[in-house]
Ligand binder design. Structure first.
Ligand code: T4K
Length: 375
């Protein structure tokens, strides 16, 4: 058992001495926010790194989601997944939009594209899927449905930094995609987020919306919000980009170590992405079945008693929270796959500083608990 607590994640931080010159620059320039030089540079560097046309930086992904819906003037009903972080659906309620929950695919745990059409009504204006754990949604099929019914698609890509499929960045699908740079994400700026958008006209509208709606010193063109990323966060993001290949490589090694360590354990299924040609290993989710011998919650509590703090992302389902549960689409019988997954999922620790010996200890504990349960 490790002496120190091990959490589901630990933020990657570059060496402090590499960041200090940037802080000195910010201090001496006095330019702290409102579109400073680091903000501009980080937007361009991200677009190049990710292979996307335009990036609009934000203070966090939640405000970016709220703003993306406003940028495309989405209203009425939006089809989304109940199996996500609550911010996904909250962004709809903040805009006075009714979420319509559709069940998820049992293999990817993403929105089940085959169930979307049945949920479309004359009020539906958009689809808000999530690339859960960074595993791509069925983007081609979702786009076909959107084209037929004239719907917008906004991807909550909070987990999907750097993920690519056969056609390049997964962030280029849909009308807009939203990234998170929260402390717990693959690339962090402490807090932060971005909207990926296809053209300059849309970027301009989003940039107005995140700056109170100001188009210039005296003209306000929309009821905007303050969603701007500060120079501190942008400078950190630029530096983090220099280390991202190392961070991803280390995550890949940990992912592989878990997979081979747990491969022969009955009742434990390691979730696998199906469409990515480049993964980001942002989470390591396992699904616990009866064969394992202990319930997911028993394993969660057992690991916690041994200083391993795994997380049940995503339990409870969003559709079970008080502000959602009276919606017709939140009914239990509508969401059997999501419900089953939320009761069986456990995300194991994964982050670049996690040692191989620690991964091995976690594997040994998971195997040992099953062994005792069967004894
Ligand atoms: N869409 C999706 C699909 C999302 O998953 C999220 C956020 C969003 C939208 C919204 O993105 P942002 O607006 O946040 O940019 C965490 C994060 O706060 C949240 O960003 C994330 N998803 C969600 C999945 O996880 P909590 O409540 O689990 O975080 P917390 O504080 O319990 O942190 C988890 C563990 O990480 C801690 O046990 C220890 C470690 N940690 C955390 C922080 C904040 C650190 O070591 N240092 C830290 O500074 O929500």
């Amino acid at each position: 058992m490790p002496n120190e607590k091990i959490f589901v994640t630990r933020p990657f931080l570059p060496p402090l001495e590499e960041f200090l010159p940037h802080l000195e620059k910010i201090w001496s320039s006095g330019k702290l926010t409102n579109g400073g030089p680091y903000h501009k540079e980080f937007e361009l560097a991200l677009a190049e790194h990710l292979g996307v046309p335009h990036v609009c930086l934000f203070t966090n992904a939640t405000i970016a989601l709220v703003t993306a819906l406003q940028a495309l003037r989405i209203n009425g009903e939006v089809i989304t997944t109940p199996y996500s972080f609550v911010a996904t659906a909250h962004s709809l309620l903040w805009n006075g939009i009714k979420p319509v929950f559709v069940d998820i695919d049992p293999h990817t745990l993403n929105l089940d594209a085959s169930k979307i059409e049945a949920a479309i009504t004359p009020q539906t204006t958009a689809i808000l899927p999530v690339h859960c754990y960074g595993h791509p949604c069925d983007v081609e099929r979702i786009q076909k449905i959107a084209d037929i019914y004239n719907l917008k698609v906004i991807y909550d890509a909070a987990h999907a930094f750097g993920v690519e499929s056969k056609n390049g960045s997964i962030l280029n699908y849909g009308d807009l995609s939203i990234l998170s740079f929260h402390a717990t994400k693959v690339l962090n700026t402490f807090e932060g987020g971005a909207i990926i958008c296809p053209d300059l006209k849309t970027k301009e509208r989003i940039d107005y919306l995140k700056n109170f709606g100001f188009a210039n010193e005296t003209t306000v063109v929309a009821t905007g919000i303050n969603g701007k990323m500060s120079e501190f966060n942008a400078a950190l993001g630029l530096l983090q980009l220099k280390h991202i290949d190392f961070a991803m490589q280390r995550r890949a090694e940990i992912d592989q170590r878990y997979r081979s360590g747990l491969s022969d354990l009955p009742g434990v299924k390691c979730l696998q992405g199906h469409q990515e040609t480049k993964a980001n290993y942002s989470y390591f989710p396992i699904l616990i079945n009866n064969e394992y011998g202990l319930s997911r919650d028993d394993l969660y509590a057992y690991l916690a008693s041994k200083n391993i703090h795994a997380r049940r992302y995503f339990y409870p389902l969003i559709s079970d929270f008080p502000m959602y549960r009276s919606l017709p689409s939140a009914e239990r019988k509508n969401l059997p796959v999501a419900r089953s997954a939320s009761l069986r999922i456990l995300c194991l620790p994964i982050y670049p500083d996690l040692e191989d010996t620690e991964v091995d200890e976690i594997i040994t504990l998971i195997k040992g608990a099953a062994h005792s349960a069967h004894a």
